[in-house]
Design a protein around this ligand. Structure first.
Ligand SMILES: NC(=O)c1ccc[n+]([C@@H]2O[C@H](COP(=O)([O-])OP(=O)(O)OC[C@H]3O[C@@H](n4cnc5c(N)ncnc54)[C@H](OP(=O)(O)O)[C@@H]3O)[C@@H](O)[C@H]2O)c1
Length: 329
């Protein structure tokens, strides 16, 4: 199914949008495509200010000057303090947040986050989980506005079909190991990346379960963008046994698409209007989609509600200190 950003993205008038990992790859392209549809503001979140500034310059050279103001947001998902600061900044500056795209991702990094969690799990899942949870009150308020339809406020989480590699783990979520900054029972870098991407899918489904769209108005959608030509995985080149890893990647990257096409899924999930018929149709809250808008292609584990609930409980517990008092604000 194709998606045509120029014609399929509706006018985004008044909308405030935040995209993580937006200095590169899919994130940068997402900001560019959304900016062409005149939202009130887009936050381009990145962990490196110079990279963010370079991306902003490039985007501004490609869009009309009348397009959305784009603001830079410092956000290092490998630091829960950094995530909390970024969320506090948004809450201080904005009275609404319509679309949050949890796009940033790391593949092939070594070691642990600043808080001591295994790096893939810490950045791809936990950092984003905290960001979403801290911004949820603002998203929920936005969804209650008179000019916003039920299901129009969106949280989009960029997962991956690499969730299938999570099945290599001895137990699905070895939380004690992940908390120690390593995961020896999750064998291989692709399995550790895959576990973090499985967590993206599970966590999104749990958000939809704990915050039903009919009651709260926010829609939560996870997706695999396809195999896309970006810099993701460049770090793998520094790993030992690089040949065998690369052989695995050849399989992974069969049918790779351009960045321009790779963003279709997340643009669709973030902006497809409520009630619009035709094309890929509407995303469902809690759904996990392959491009574009194709549901049901995840592994059986991706739809395992008990494991998803286990992840939710653990995440709520480890983020507890950051979440205290935030659900009411
Ligand atoms: N490309 C694919 O084939 C593919 C397939 C399936 C899923 N995905 C998913 O798509 C998403 C976007 O990836 P991409 O392909 O566009 O890769 P990319 O070009 O490497 O972009 C990844 C982005 O994430 C940022 N990031 C990494 N660690 C971060 C941290 N600690 N804090 C904040 N930002 C951080 C990077 O910032 P720096 O530039 O500072 O590193 C970069 O902006 C990821 O979630 C990835 O898992 C991609």
């Amino acid at each position: 199914m194709t998606f045509k950003p120029d014609v399929d993205i509706p006018a985004l008038t008044n909308k405030v949008i935040l995209v993580t990992g937006a200095n590169e790859g899919l994130g940068k392209q997402t900001v560019l495509d959304l900016a062409r549809h005149h939202p009130a503001k887009i936050y381009l979140a990145a962990r490196s200010r110079p990279k963010a500034e370079a991306a902003l310059k490039e985007i501004q050279s490609k869009v009309e000057p009348s397009c959305a103001p784009i603001a830079l947001l410092d956000l290092d998902l490998a630091s829960l303090d950094s995530v909390a600061r970024a969320a506090a900044q948004i809450k201080a500056q904005e009275s609404r947040l319509d679309i949050l795209i949890a796009n940033a991702g790391v593949l092939g990094a070594n070691g642990a986050t600043k808080d001591g969690y295994e790096i893939h799990f810490g950045v791809n899942h936990l950092g984003h989980a905290l960001l979403i949870r801290l911004l949820l009150p603002l998203l929920l308020c936005t969804a209650q506005r008179e000019d916003v339809a039920v299901g129009e406020t969106r949280v989009v989480v960029v997962g991956s079909y690499a969730e299938k590699f999570a099945a290599r783990a001895e137990v699905v979520y070895p939380f004690a190991e992940l908390e120690r900054g390593e995961a020896p029972s999750v064998k291989g870098v692709m399995a550790r990346y895959g576990l973090s991407k499985l967590a993206n899918v599970h966590y999104t489904a749990q958000l939809a379960r704990h915050y039903p769209e009919g009651e709260f108005g926010v829609r939560f959608v996870a997706l695999h963008p396809g195999a896309v030509r970006t810099n993701l995985g460049d770090m793998l080149k520094t790993w030992p046994r690089v040949q065998s890893v690369l052989r695995g990647l050849v399989g992974l990257f069969v049918g790779m698409v351009s960045v321009e096409e790779g963003v279709w899924g997340q643009l669709w999930a973030a902006t497809w209007p409520v009630g619009r018929m035709g094309g890929p149709g509407e995303p469902r809250s809690g759904g996990f989609y392959h491009p574009v808008g194709v549901e049901g292609k995840g592994t059986p584990l991706a739809y395992d509600e008990a494991k998803a609930e286990e992840l939710w409980e653990w995440t709520e517990r480890v983020l507890g200190a950051y979440l205290e008092g935030h659900d009411e604000t």
